[in-house]
Write a protein that binds this ligand. Structure first.
Ligand code: SAM
Length: 405
């Protein structure tokens, strides 16, 4: 499926009444509020109580046995803490409530979609078929799908990201956005690298590289494009391209971007084997993608981003700050639970990855390298950000020019 468009924002802007936002009726809202309240109680009430028990009883006992303090950066200590916590009644209660909360969240999303999907499908169909498109959608049904995404129900989303019933299906995208809204609210946040994520990235890039004005922007692993329109809004003159491997997410992303009056070029592609020539983009970004890759995929994702980045361009990836440097032992164990019970196979692989080492091998210059947790200037949630600026003298970054595959 390829739908192309060349219209300008003046000729085909946002279409009132044809938005791609989920609308909750009274009962949906009541159910969603319950799920969010349950998640908050679990994430803050139960987890806090458990943390107190860990700090006051479990950790001192382990430290006595070891005759030394526990260390957040010692993986054996993480295993010790995990074994001890798994024997705690409250840890099991926390695990059950987290699991049930996620089940209830997906049930709630399905109930909303039972009346919302027809409207969203009709709106998406309008954007697929209209002549005056702002951007384009290029799907590749022959793309070999990465097994870690296609064969796993990430976040336990029913059917997973690559779920597809027909060649205009948007259901996986609608599910992703519905689940994302409630999951985020359950963490006590209004945005998780969702709306505003692009603004955050640009704020950080402008702080480091004043005056940087990209003309060709690529977002990899864009999903339903929650952040993509921000880049077009912030750089209206730039051509914005966004890729993902999941067709259902991309269809939703395309329809949503068109509904917001932003022209973006969405393409179905594997981010570990980008189908772009070297030096194609001035800015390459991603939002919460690295932790959904694999031990093999993460270095390829970074290498491919660096390869297609033009000299003088900026690579900036944003992800969860769950590295031992930023997270205590107790929370590392709770995070480890996600690997086994919440469809997050690479969650701890990401936490332990040597992102700085991967970038150094590629030739990302140390003086323009980013690999740390950053917060918005106004305060709030921090993200682990990694990337760098490619030297104008491309000789220095030769390693990154070799195609990663
Ligand atoms: C957690 S989602 C984030 C989506 C979006 N960036 C956001 O902030 O909502 C991770 C995304 O990465 C995509 N992804 C993971 N591995 C990929 C690969 N090898 N090729 C293309 N997309 C991939 C998934 O399909 C998914 O849409």
């Amino acid at each position: 499926m390829t739908v192309m468009g060349k219209a300008t924002p003046d000729s085909a802007g946002a279409s009132p009444g044809r938005d791609m936002k989920l609308q909750f009726d009274h009962d949906d809202r009541a159910r969603a509020l319950f799920v969010v309240a349950l998640k908050k109680k679990t994430n803050f009430g139960v987890a806090k109580q458990l943390e107190q028990r860990f700090n006051q009883v479990i950790a001192p006992k382990l430290e006595k046995e070891l005759s030394r303090p526990l260390s957040d950066t010692n993986r054996d200590d993480r295993k010790r803490a995990k074994t001890a916590l798994e024997n705690e009644h409250l840890y099991r209660v926390w695990g059950c409530l987290t699991f049930i909360g996620q089940d209830m969240m997906w049930d709630c999303v399905e109930t909303i979609l039972s009346h919302e999907l027809p409207r969203l499908e009709a709106n998406a169909g309008y954007y697929f078929d209209r002549n005056d498109k702002l951007g384009s959608l290029e799907l590749n049904p022959g793309l070999p799908l990465p097994a870690n995404i296609a064969k796993t129900e990430i976040h336990r989303q029913p059917g997973g990201f690559c779920f597809e019933r027909h060649d205009r299906d948007i259901l996986s995208g609608a599910r992703y956005n519905g689940g994302g809204m409630m999951y985020t609210a359950g963490k006590g946040r209004t945005s998780i690298a969702g709306a505003g994520g692009g603004d955050f990235v640009i704020e950080k890039i402008r702080e480091r590289f004043p005056g940087f004005t990209p003309k060709r922007i690529l977002e990899i692993g864009c999903g339903t494009g929650r952040n993509t329109p921000s880049y077009k809004r912030l750089f209206p003159e730039a051509e914005v391209t966004a890729i993902d491997c999941a067709a259902g997410l991309l269809r939703f992303a395309f329809a949503n971007a068109e509904s917001e009056g932003t022209g973006i070029h969405f393409k179905q592609m594997d981010l570990t084997k980008l189908d772009f020539a070297d030096d194609s983009f001035d800015l390459i970004v991603s939002h919460i993608v690295g932790h959904e890759t694999t031990h093999k995929g993460l270095p390829l994702m970074i290498a491919e981003s660096w390869r297609v980045l033009a000299p003088g361009g900026v690579m900036f990836h944003l992800d969860v700050p769950n590295q031992p440097t930023y997270m205590n032992l107790f929370n590392q164990v709770l995070n480890d639970w996600q690997v086994r019970y919440n469809g997050e196979p690479f969650w701890m692989g990401w936490a332990d990855a040597d992102v700085r080492g991967i970038m150094t091998k590629l030739g990302v210059p140390e003086d323009a390298m980013i690999a740390e947790a950053l917060s918005p200037a106004a305060g709030g949630v921090s993200w682990f950000c990694h990337g760098g600026r490619k030297p104008l003298d491309t000789e220095k970054s030769d390693a990154g020019k070799r195609k990663a595959a």
